[in-house]
Design a protein around this ligand. Structure first.
Ligand code: TXD
Length: 319
């Protein structure tokens, strides 16, 4: 059986990290694509030269022409520009929407059967636009944000509780970042919900609220520290968890920006919800009961995503 073929559309900070992690996990052959000449080729060659040391067999190709992604099983899209300090994710919309149009055309032409994971910001609007530009089935176009936001939440909680990150689960809904909806009653340490841990004196509600806010600001905190760009290690790890669930039909339950066709009372929008990812792509959207406070936060998140999509339509009326 031939190896999986994974195309990375965008070979910058996240793209290069994706390529390296895919090699180390021996998930398949990698095509690094970019408009920057030399970057994908150089990173591909460099990672290929690390393979004898780390013991993985895979082909790494760098390309500036979409034909190189022909027949890819998975496409992970980071093409576009990241934030600089002081910029919001939404500020990237104008530039990155045009990039999504080009990427959508390339995938439509050369990899129409791929499972596409979009990372480019503003994520919830870009993945919605990418699905429309590419014309791929909605089950095969998904956005990576919730796995990253919940990983940030899990890291801060594990740090607070001094327990293994492996025993902390987090449940987040909604748009990526500021309007993220962390569901503390569904987030647990070894199955013990956070509200119970507050009652058990493991932490205080005040500290928990601060952790939620720090998670919301997780991206901006790193942008402020790095100054030249945004996070790339945890975003790459998060996208790979989604790709692996597809390639190995693992049916992981992962928070992802998925297309809603009536779930949560919403239609023709992409927003962060828990989904099952398997060989069929996004196989199921999991609908949970929200209490009044959670519903209010979710509605606010949906509103901001809808606003971004309207801004996209104002720029590209054919959407
Ligand atoms: O959780 C999330 N979804 C976010 C997403 C987490 C972190 C970063 N987030 C966003 O990912 C970020 O705001 C950016 O929109 C993307 C990619 O971030 P990265 O840090 O990888 O940006 P880089 O290093 O600038 O890489 C982008 C590459 C770069 O090599 C450009 O040459 C290339 O994209 N690029 C293009 N490739 C193809 N086609 C076009 N038109 C194009 N324009 C730029």
């Amino acid at each position: 059986m031939a190896r999986n073929k994974i195309a990375l559309i965008g070979s910058g900070m996240i793209g290069g990290t994706l390529a390296h992690m895919i090699g180390l996990k021996e998930l398949g052959d990698v095509v690094l694509f970019d408009i920057s000449e030399g970057t994908p080729q150089g990173k591909g060659l460099d990672i290929a030269q690390s393979a004898p040391v780390d013991g993985f067999d895979a082909n790494f190709v760098g390309a500036n022409d979409y034909s190189a992604i022909e027949g890819a099983d998975v496409c992970i899209v980071t093409a576009g520009v990241p934030r600089k300090p002081g910029m919001s994710r939404d500020d990237l919309l104008g530039i990155n929407l045009k990039v999504m149009e080009q990427v959508g055309a390339g995938i439509k032409k050369y990899a129409p059967n791929a499972f596409v994971i979009c990372i480019t910001n503003p994520l919830d609007a870009m993945v919605w636009a990418l699905q429309k530009f590419s014309g791929l089935p909605k089950s095969h176009v998904v956005g990576m944000a919730g796995v990253l936001d919940s990983a940030r939440f899990r890291h801060f909680l594990a740090d607070e509780f001094k327990v293994s990150v492996e025993d902390v689960t987090a449940f987040v809904l909604g748009g990526h970042g500021d309007t993220m909806v962390p569901l503390t009653r569904y987030s647990t340490v070894a199955g013990i919900p956070l509200p119970d841990l507050v009652k058990m004196g493991w932490t205080s509600q005040k500290k928990l609220d601060a952790i939620v806010q720090r998670t919301r600001d997780g991206g901006a905190e790193i942008v402020g520290l790095l100054k030249t760009g945004s996070a790339y290690y945890a975003p790459a790890s998060s996208a790979i968890q989604m790709a692996e669930s597809y390639l190995k039909d693992k049916k992981r339950v992962l928070p992802s920006a998925a297309h809603l066709s009536g779930q949560y009372g919403l239609k023709d929008i992409y927003v962060g919800v828990p989904v099952v990812i398997g060989a069929g792509g996004v196989e199921r959207v999991i609908e949970i009961e929200l209490n009044k406070a959670e519903q209010k936060m979710f509605d606010k998140s949906v509103e901001s995503v809808q606003g971004l999509c309207e801004a996209c339509i104002a720029i590209a009326p054919n959407l």
